[in-house]
Design a protein around this ligand. Structure first.
Ligand code: C2E
Ligand code: CA
Ligand code: CA
Length: 684
């Protein structure tokens, strides 16, 4: 274009010069024509001669005017040429500018096209007549639309095409209609679900030029992955990972809803609080993986017992909660609970093991048994504890008295934390007497809690709580240290050396480092291990015989004696005892109680004594309160005895006084006489 312009200018210059020359020549000719020929003609006409130029034809002023006019014409011509040149320059400038602008525009277009293509979103631009005016490749790809469909102006086909892809075509159309008809100026963000499982986020805004809406820009983003992740996070936050059951969050929410609904409806809802009986035992003995599978299986069975509208949730550990809704009457609850109990109690076959487990259920009814979700759950939990106390595989409806029990229990837990730190715990010692010699050969250390306001709290009441809360571990360690150092003190005081029996709770025994702990304390207190008698209840030993055998062997290696406490209550086979490195059996006082009249008790005691003799085990009988019991046991070969007949458990000072006197020798002798006398009287 510029090249052309230059050529044009050259041409123009040439033309101008030529034209100026021509004009100048013309002017000269005009002057000559007007000056010379006229003069010559005049001369010829009047003088008949061509030679004379005597007199010009025009007066001088006419000639001057003509010359001036010629000059003016030339100047005028020159000026025109100049103006023409200027105009050409101006045009040239304008053309250059527009060329530059065009170039910039081209660049800008290329940039926006590149940007459009580089964005992660699919973009479709539609004009106000709903015709596609532009789109990017990503947009086409996301919608899997062939170019034919996206052809500008192809409105019908594109709508039909999209309707086939989206899950809810009717909504898609109504959304578009709304955008064009009632909300043309609005920016909208929505989600569109596709039949192929993808989800798009659609953002749309009007395209405005000079305050006028000329179309709409739609941008689509594939949010399928993000949605899946969000759903997964929500699932994790609201469901238990092990059983996939709803967790406390959902349960809380559903109970809340039911609570609101129950207040204004004739239907009722109920909460069943499940706790598996003895799950810990299975978990400890068969392993946590096994326990996990069992929990999953229980979850599936519970789900199978209720309707779809009910909620089965995992409360935590081996606890499950079922929310039953839309029940017409209280009588509907019991059959469902029974069904659940029966289903759970059916044997499970897991990893070739057949296990059976039962559960205990506490029941609260909405809204009578609690005005808040927490109160309802707490009360159901209390009722569950009552059900457990009834024996396994049971259920119990909540009653307001239970609350009192729970409150007391919570208070006790609180106080027990303090008890150890503030020296409220102490040990009493009960003598153990040898039947033959009648002298004290041992002591059993028994824990006492003297509460500052509640007074004496029996161990049967607080030890289960200490076990439940794990407090038994520091408490038990304290007992062990205290009893060992007391025994060492007596020996230092030169009192006759006796054994010291301490009670080890299951939890303490299950600690992997129990032998280490005992050995440390023995060293620390300077007590000879042979005097320490560790009492383990029969039920604890039976829990996991193989693992516990190792713990027992480790204790035995220290030189410590092992005693089976409460013997006879765990129904373990006597021959089983051979497997354990046990030194002593303690016949439970429930059997001693019935002696000598109760035929069953006396048969059991006789059998225990005979068996123990065969196995070379020492037998202690506890809970001896009467001379008759004492005599029966001695006559059947029992080795040692313990009971109120001799002494209740007493504080250390009192015990050392007993030890110094050792008066039981007399009692033993006296009893010999008494028994002989009574036998004699019977015979008589
Ligand atoms: P246990 O080991 O069977 O202790 C014997 C219980 O029988 C003691 O009750 C004792 O006072 C009681 N007793 C002894 N002779 C007689 C009698 O002639 N008649 C009657 N009726 N009872 C008698 P206590 O001291 O109340 O202890 C109860 C249970 O608490 C103990 O039963 C034991 O299982 C547990 N316990 C006590 N101290 C400790 C301890 O330091 N650690 C652990 N883990 N448990 C303990
Ligand atoms: Ca005991
Ligand atoms: Ca006992």
């Amino acid at each position: 274009m510029i090249e052309n312009q230059k050529g044009f200018m050259k041409k123009l210059n040439r033309i101008s010069i030529i034209s100026i020359c021509t004009i100048a020549a013309c002017a000269a000719l005009v002057v000559l024509f007007m000056y010379i020929p006229l003069d010559v003609m005049q001369n010829f006409l009047y003088e008949n001669s061509f030679t004379s130029f005597s007199q010009p034809i025009f007066p001088i002023y006419v000639r001057l005017i003509m010359i001036a006019a010629t000059i003016f014409l030339i100047l005028y011509l020159y000026r025109n040429r100049h103006m023409l040149k200027k105009e050409i320059y101006r045009r040239e400038e304008v053309e250059r500018e527009s060329l530059e602008k065009g170039k910039k525009l081209e660049e800008a277009l290329a940039l926006s096209k590149a940007t459009l293509e580089a964005t992660a979103d699919g973009i479709v631009v539609v004009d106000k007549n709903r015709m596609i005016v532009g789109y990017n490749e990503r947009g086409a790809k996301m919608w899997k639309a062939p170019p034919r469909v996206l052809k500008p102006g192809n409105e019908k086909e594109i709508v039909q095409y999209i309707m086939k892809l989206v899950k809810d075509p009717a909504k898609f159309v109504s959304d578009i209609e709304r955008l064009y008809n009632s909300e043309p100026g609005k920016e909208v963000k929505e989600e569109i679900e596709l039949n192929d499982g993808r989800t798009f986020e659609r953002y749309t805004m009007p395209q405005i030029r000079e305050n006028e809406i000329i179309g709409r820009v739609f941008s689509f983003r594939d949010i399928t992955q993000r949605k899946a992740m969000e759903e997964q996070l929500l699932e994790q936050a609201t469901h238990d990972t092990l059983t996939s059951l709803p967790n406390r969050i959902i349960l809380h929410d559903r109970i809340q809803q039911e609570l609101r609904y129950a207040k204004r409806s004739s239907k009722m809802a109920t909460i069943l609080f499940f706790d598996l009986d003895g799950f810990k035992l299975i978990n400890d003995s068969l392993g946590h993986d096994f326990g996990d599978i069992l929990l999953q299986s229980v979850a599936r069975r519970l789900e199978g017992c209720v309707r779809e509208q009910d909620t089965v949730a995992r409360w935590g550990g081996d606890e499950f909660v079922i929310l039953l809704t839309s029940l017409s009457q209280e009588a509907d609850i019991v059959p469902i609970v029974r069904k659940c109990l029966e289903e759970v109690a059916k044997p499970f076959i897991i990893e070739k093991h057949t296990v059976s487990i039962t559960s205990s259920v506490g029941i609260t009814i909405l809204p009578n048994d609690g005005s808040t979700v927490n109160a309802l759950l707490k009360n159901a939990d209390s009722a569950m504890y009552e059900a457990k106390a009834l024996g396994r595989n049971n259920f119990k409806f909540y009653s307001s008295e239970m609350n009192k029990n729970t409150e007391n229990k919570l208070e006790l837990i609180n106080d027990l934390h303090e008890a150890l730190e503030t020296g409220q715990l102490s040990l009493n010692y009960q003598p153990i007497i040898d039947f033959q010699s009648g002298s004290i050969v041992g002591a059993e250390a028994l824990l006492r809690w003297n509460h500052p306001t509640k007074g004496f709290i029996p161990p049967d009441k607080f030890i289960p709580i200490a076990e439940e809360t794990g407090l038994i571990l520091p408490i038990g360690e304290w007992v062990l240290r205290e009893a060992c150092s007391q025994n060492a003190t007596w020996q230092k005081e030169k009192l006759s050396p006796i054994s010291m029996a301490i009670n080890l709770s299951g939890q303490q025994f299950r600690q992997k480092n129990i032998a280490e702990l005992v050995s440390g304390i023995l060293k620390e207190t300077g007590m000879d291990p042979k005097y320490l008698h560790v009492e383990l209840t029969e039920s604890v030993i039976m829990e996991n015989s193989q693992t516990y055998l190792n713990y027992m062997l480790a204790l035995k290696e220290l030189g410590v004696n092992l005693v089976i406490d409460d013997f006879g209550t765990g129904y373990s086979s006597l021959s089983y005892l051979k497997l354990f490195p046990v030194d002593k059996l303690k016949i439970d006082k429930s059997f001693v109680n019935g002696l000598p009249e109760n035929a069953d008790d006396s048969a059991i005691v006789r059998a225990i004594l005979a068996m123990a003799k065969q196995l070379n085990l020492t037998v202690v009988a506890e809970g001896i309160e009467t001379i008759e019991q004492f005599a029966f046991l001695r006559n059947h070969g029992c080795d040692m005895c313990q009971g109120y007949l001799f002494s209740k458990p007493v504080p250390a000072e009192e015990f050392s006084a007993l030890l110094k006197k050792n008066k039981f020798k007399e009692l033993s002798n006296k009893n010999n006489v008494v028994v002989k006398k009574s036998k004699a009287s019977k015979q008589a």
